[in-house]
Each structure stands twice: as structure tokens, then as C-alpha cells.
Unconditional design. Structure first.
Length: 131
């Protein structure tokens, strides 16, 4: 699934909350130059540096992957903070597919989308009644 530019910004902003949830320190979290995909799409990037235990870093990455969008960790280097530390320093780049026209299309097609949602709900009700 593609994000709209607004959804991308909200996703980027939500990373801080997710990091706090797992006690992951954010040293940097910045957008970098996007790559265009044809006329209508792009891959937007977020470069990051996190400091935490390896376990908490794994929890954070799993939480990021739970999003209903195509989110990829493009490149990542994980190393010990220092020789005696139990913390790891993770530096990497997250790539997200973005479609700037998404909000406009969803607005234009909202009646059709609602009709499909209604039909899906009816089918779900029928299937649950059969069980």
C-alpha cells in the first residue's frame, strides 16, 4: 500500500512514540532525498540512528513493520555503542512508497469505497450467521 504525503509525515512523527514505548533513544531521525518512481509515485526515505538494547531495537522494528503500508528497512548497520556497553547503535534508512494523489483519489471515489465497505459488511454478516 502507498502512503499519502500526510500519512508519510504522520508515520515519521509516530516513530518517536514507538521508540519511547520500547525505551529506544533516537539520536537522529531525518528525511532524505526521495526517489521518483514514474510520474506519480516516489520512495521517501527516513534516515535514523537509534540507541538501545538489541532486544528493544527488535521490538521497535517489529512495531514499525506492523503498519498497513509497504515499509522497508533499506540499509542498516548495527554495532555496539562501545566495547563494554550492552547497548547497540543502529544506523539505517527506512523506505516508504508514497503516492501524492492518494488523498484526492480517495475523496473522489469515497461513494464507491463506502458502497464496497457496505457490501463487505453484509457478506461478513452472512458468513457469521452461517457459523
Amino acid at each position: 500500500k502507498f502512503m499519502s504525503p500526510t500519512e508519510f509525515q504522520n508515520f515519521k512523527n509516530s516513530i518517536s512514540g514507538m521508540a519511547n514505548e520500547f525505551n529506544v533513544q533516537i539520536n537522529s531521525l531525518n528525511e532524505s532525498k526521495a526517489d521518483t518512481l514514474g510520474k506519480n509515485y516516489s520512495i521517501n526515505y527516513i534516515e535514523y540512528q537509534f540507541l538501545s538494547s538489541y532486544e528493544n531495537l527488535t521490538f521497535l522494528k517489529n512495531k514499525i513493520e506492523e503498519k498497513n503500508f509497504k515499509v522497508n528497512i533499506i540499509e542498516e548497520n548495527v554495532s555496539r555503542e562501545n566495547a563494554k556497553s550492552d547497548k547497540v547503535l543502529a544506523e539505517g534508512k527506512i523506505g516508504v512508497y508514497v503516492f501524492p494523489g492518494k488523498e484526492k483519489i480517495l475523496k473522489e471515489k469515497s461513494a464507491l469505497i463506502e458502497k464496497f465497505k457496505s457490501e463487505e459488511a453484509k457478506i461478513t454478516e452472512k458468513n457469521q450467521a452461517k457459523e
